[in-house]
Design a binder for this molecule. Structure first.
Ligand SMILES: [Zn+2]
Length: 205
């Protein structure tokens, strides 16, 4: 089970760990029971449960070590639609730990109300017929998602996104955050904590 990462500050250091250590790993002063200068803060995990995030683009890892092995899908209220060699799958489980990119603003009532129906109808399109279309490089899970997003944008009268724009502005920044978080998490798992010099302006990204 995933543990949450907490951050605390002591003697000009930022210390990341799963629980407050007995002593400060930098200066050795007893921490437990003592009042810390600031309360430990827990870092939000970049992962969400895709079956509980509706109207999102979801990115599920094989391993989060690059963009090549990522599998993407689109969620409705519970089900995750994703295009594979076998056609469009409607998954009820398996997307519990993924990265989500919200696609609809909460005030877009019209779109929210139509979403499930629209996604289902889109997925029945002949373009996603497994018999004659799937292609690892050019017609894959990501193509399906991007086509869907662009068809939604079109109904809203907005211009479509290129693959590059979408990847660079929506996917990669989140993947970088995942990669940093995973590295930090693994480090804490092996060494109990991770420590850096404290900076006045901590950038969350
Ligand atoms: Zn200290």
């Amino acid at each position: 089970m995933e543990r949450s990462v907490i951050r605390l500050s002591h003697c000009q250091k930022e210390i990341f760990c799963f629980s407050v250590p007995e002593d400060c790993p930098s200066c050795g002063e007893v921490l437990r029971g003592n009042r810390l200068q600031e309360a430990p803060v827990s870092l939000p995990s970049p992962f969400t449960n895709g079956h509980k995030s509706s109207c999102c683009l979801l990115v599920a890892p094989a391993e989060f070590d690059g963009t090549s092995d990522l599998h993407t899908g689109i969620s409705n209220t519970k089900v995750v639609y994703n295009y594979t060699r076998g056609g469009v799958l409607r998954d009820q489980s398996g997307w519990e730990r993924c990265v989500s990119v919200p696609l609809v603003r909460p005030d877009m009532f019209h779109l929210l109300a139509q979403w499930d129906q629209y996604l289902d109808h889109f997925s029945d399109g002949s373009m996603w017929d497994p018999a004659w279309h799937f292609d690892e490089e050019h017609q894959n899970c990501f193509t399906y998602c991007l086509h869907f997003i662009n068809s939604v944008l079109a109904t809203e009268g907005r211009s479509s996104l290129s693959r590059e724009t979408f990847t660079h502005s929506f996917i990669l920044p989140r993947m970088r955050r995942v990669s940093k978080y995973t590295t930090l998490y693994d480090h804490i798992q092996r060494h109990q904590y991770y420590m850096v010099d404290r900076q006045e302006d901590i950038q969350d990204d």
